[in-house]
Design a binder for this molecule. Structure first.
Ligand code: SAM
Length: 276
């Protein structure tokens, strides 16, 4: 059944997002409710989020009290975010996902949260270019995403490493509320480290508030949309973004993985669909 709880039913969250959130304290905190704790413990890691990252997301939702959360990559993280939103009185969860088949069970759990207005936007990474040089981004999701904006919290956990994650920022930057937080999973990978460096130079409103490249063997970074500032063109970022994507496009192993992904997705409609 679609979740259609209107925003006025989402509980009393703050009208402005809190400015000072101590990320390292939240990473260590272990005071989730039993219901959320059991969702966190069931996160398997691997392609899905780890229990430690899930615990952090649960803590973060409790502290930030976001009204609207966006995630790149649905799955276990969606269940954590939806449960945490629901415990805080409700909210909106928007998930960008390329392969809804891979997370059918998790999405069914998300839809059980009656106070969460959840929508999965089915989309796929496409090659584009802009201030960050060349990058894969969810171009077909632009309109559907705009209709669900603005966002207080964003989790970037997709697309897969063989596409790269640079393209997340061009998509979301116009739709961030002031003091919104962006959590990047897998931030320990070289491509993600380089992406964060390019984001910081290109989007001057962003500040890196936490960065542990060794977190759970995957890495975790948190950025904050701290000041309202327009994107700028940084030539070093532009050229390094072009080089990184050209290198990845030519890498035979990464190319093979992208081709396999495309073959697996052959039955998926090319247009963006929204699943409520
Ligand atoms: C890192 S996963 C995202 C996981 C999600 N945030 C979670 O916690 O479960 C990124 C994307 O990879 C895709 N994916 C999942 N399992 C995969 C697999 N075994 N091989 C390739 N891609 C996969 C899915 O489209 C998923 O959204």
């Amino acid at each position: 059944m679609p979740n259609t709880v209107p925003p006025e039913m989402w509980g009393d969250g703050p009208s402005e997002l809190p400015q000072n959130i101590c990320i390292s304290a939240l990473l260590e905190a272990q005071n989730l409710t039993p219901a959320l704790q059991s969702v966190v413990a069931s996160c398997p890691g691997g392609w899905a989020i780890t229990p430690a990252a899930a615990n952090f997301l649960g803590q973060l939702v409790g502290q930030l009290q976001p009204k609207s959360v966006l995630e790149f990559g649905a799955g276990s993280s969606s269940v954590v975010l939806a449960t945490a939103l629901s415990l805080g009185g409700g909210g909106r969860l928007t998930s960008l996902e390329q392969s809804p088949r891979w997370c059918v069970d998790q999405w069914a759990l998300v839809q059980q949260q009656e106070t969460v207005d959840a929508a999965m936007i089915v989309t796929k990474p496409e090659l584009g270019w802009g201030r960050l040089g060349l990058y894969f981004w969810y171009k077909s999701a632009v309109q559907a995403l705009a209709a669900r904006a603005p966002f207080d919290l964003v989790l970037i956990d997709a697309p897969q490493f063989f596409f790269g994650r640079d393209g997340a920022l061009p998509l979301i930057y116009p739709y961030l509320n002031l003091n919104a937080l962006i959590v990047l999973d897998d931030a320990g990978r070289d491509d993600e480290k380089a992406a964060v460096a390019r984001w910081l130079k290109t989007y001057p409103g962003l500040t890196l508030v936490y960065n542990d490249p060794d977190f759970c063997g995957k890495g975790l970074a948190v950025l904050k949309y701290q000041t309202e500032a327009k994107p700028v063109l940084s030539y070093p970022s532009f050229f390094s973004g072009v080089k990184q994507t050209l290198d990845n496009l030519q890498d035979p192993e990464l190319r093979q993985l992208r081709l396999e992904q495309a073959r697996n997705e052959f039955s998926l409609a090319h247009q963006c669909q929204e699943v409520k």
